[in-house]
Design a protein around this ligand. Structure first.
Ligand SMILES: O=C([O-])CC(=O)C(=O)O
Ligand SMILES: [Mg+2]
Length: 229
């Protein structure tokens, strides 16, 4: 049975012991069938593992010519992006969505600030840039891929710590975001304890099944015995 006393312990445990497959399986079992973010969200490096709480960031396409409009946020370069970055807390994930995927939503300087604040990582529902710099930081970052076209003249952060949605997956501030080389998913806050406990139990069971299969047990027999595949 796993236990944890605080978020730091929990996220360390998740990074070490869990993986997206087993978490996704348990969310399915709990009838949360739409918790994986789109498959094109990939880590910059295959070894990157992300576990933390969503610090949701709402983006919008916005053009410099709009600076004569009614909304004062539109007059600020990058909108509220700098405020959002500075508001990050330890173990939070900067997760941004809302704009069209045609420019970079995250870069090296942003990730440097996030890392200094103890953030767990970044998820951009769009592209990242400054790939070499982010890899050198070793900061877990997930995106559609490398593309340097600048957000400055094309998009702004219009709010943060508000609900966001990525292709039908609703993300609330404080939900757990987990990502590894097989995908990124969202664990709603209200079911996190059960989901993580059961995922750990399944991970333990999978180790047992792997051993049985390595020892020559048939797929049918091992499934009938353990109910795991
Ligand atoms: O300017 C941006 O949009 C992001 C960037 O390059 C950085 O953080 O270094
Ligand atoms: Mg840059």
């Amino acid at each position: 049975m796993i236990t944890w006393n605080n978020d730091s312990e929990l996220f360390e445990l998740m990074r070490k012991e869990l993986y997206s497959a087993v978490l996704g399986d348990i969310l399915d079992k709990m009838h949360y069938f739409h918790q994986f973010l789109p498959s094109r969200l990939q880590p910059l490096d295959m070894d990157m593992v992300l576990a933390g709480r969503a610090m949701t960031v709402l983006e919008a396409d916005a053009f410099e010519e709009l600076s004569e409009g009614q909304n004062p946020i539109m007059k600020k370069p990058f909108g509220l992006m700098l405020e959002a970055l500075d508001d990050l807390k330890k173990d939070e994930v900067y997760i941004c969505a809302g704009s069209s995927p045609s420019y970079a939503l995250v870069g090296e300087l942003m990730c440097t600030r996030m890392q200094i604040l103890g953030a767990a990582g970044a998820v951009a529902n769009g592209f990242h840039r400054d790939t070499k710099g982010i890899l050198e930081l070793g900061f877990p970052c997930f995106s559609y891929g490398r593309y340097a076209q600048d957000q400055g003249p094309r998009g702004k952060v219009i709010d943060y710590r508000v609900p966001i949605e990525i292709e039908g997956v609703r993300i609330y501030p404080g939900d757990i975001i987990f990502g590894d080389l097989d995908g990124v998913l969202v664990i709603p806050k209200e079911i996190e304890r059960e989901a993580i406990t059961r995922a750990w139990e399944k991970a333990t069971g999978e180790k047992m099944v792997a051993e049985a299969i390595r020892g020559g047990m048939g797929a049918r027999e091992s499934f009938d015995r353990h109910g795991i595949m």
